[in-house]
Design a protein around this ligand. Sequence first.
Ligand SMILES: [Zn+2]
Length: 447
Amino acid sequence: MPLALAAWVLAATGGCAAPEPTAPNLLLIVVDTLRADHLAPYGYGAAETPRLARLAQEGARVETAYAPTATTGPTHAGLFTGRFPRSVGVRRNAVPLAEDHATLAEILSAAGWDAAAVVSSFPLHRRFGFAQGFGAYDDEFDPKLASVRHTRYAGHAVPEGFDRRADATTDRALAWLASRERQRRPFFFFVHYFDPHEPYVAPMPYQRRFSVGANATLREQAAALYDAEVAFTDAEIGRLLDGLAAAGFAENTFVVLTADHGEGLFQHGHLFHDVHLYEEAVRVPLLLRGPGLARGLLVEGPVTLLDLLPTLLDLLDVRQPAEALPGRSFAAVLRGEGGIDAERGIVLERREFSAERVGKLSVKGEQLALRRGRWKYIETPEEQRRELYDLYEDPGERTDLHESRPAVARKLAEELARWRAATPAAAAAGPVSPEDRKRLEALGYAD
Ligand SMILES: [Zn+2]
């Protein structure tokens, strides 16, 4: 963080770093590639996710929550800064998050929280700027345990393994929690799990339990292998939550669980994510539990993960940044007061593509979507595509109505054009600073 910004953050957070001794902790769990509608608390019958179901009962479940994009780096950039990924110049993976935006970890550190992270895949490596504000950032992956074998990724040498499995992630997270004994300051702990991301290689007992047989369609087989990964991850999240309780932190910790995006599973011709803004790619779980929050609460939404930064600061009683951010706090709703305007607009952006083939799909340029009430409008100018869906009647986005409801499509297109004009895309930040590069090289992280 540049000095001027550091000074601003200190001013915004009241200067001296001294939260109340009883100030609550925050555990933020982000599961990579986790669709909301493949989880028990979201009504999916085949799910084996008892721990997420219990978490939902212990706190609030947001029915309709959107990741701002369907790509890891951009969504985390939005989540951590409360800004649209295009506003902070992170429109694809392996582009660094610039230092000139205050992040959740920076704001909480300045306010007296100890911030630490355990992440589980290379796109969140510290070289991409995501470690800003964290005192400890665990991004070392044992190559022997990695599920992805890339040695290069988006022009970068992968220094060690590409990713780590959920059991290793939980082990690291539990070790960090154990180190918190007798610490007086509250903590912000960010834990990222990777397993539902391809390749779908859950431990064999899970794969066997979800086996659908040789006659199943490709889509059924993919979904079963994916569900096995989700079940394994649920069990490992359970182990983390048990450890949190055993360490005595259960009562005074906000636990927030969400995902950076969903997964196609062939619903619109694509198995993975990144290329579409259909619901399966961007609708994510959002579960929140903690002191003062209503139990068993259903929040209909819609919310976006850009709302989380102001919401979490409210819950922790930390002053909001002075600059205007696009998200809105829904902390009061989580305490049982009021609701969220069902007609509020939510803007979604696809990661940046030049003209490329991804699987069987040709993708080109920008894609933006606007959800408002029952309608979802999607436009992809360089592919000359406009789409309109009625999500109340057609939640699977099967019937494009942009020609049969031209007035609705035009109104949403105009609104999106105004948003685009007011939200310019920032240039991608340059590579890491020369000093940082030297430090990375000294550690063996050269491209
Ligand atoms: Zn991801």
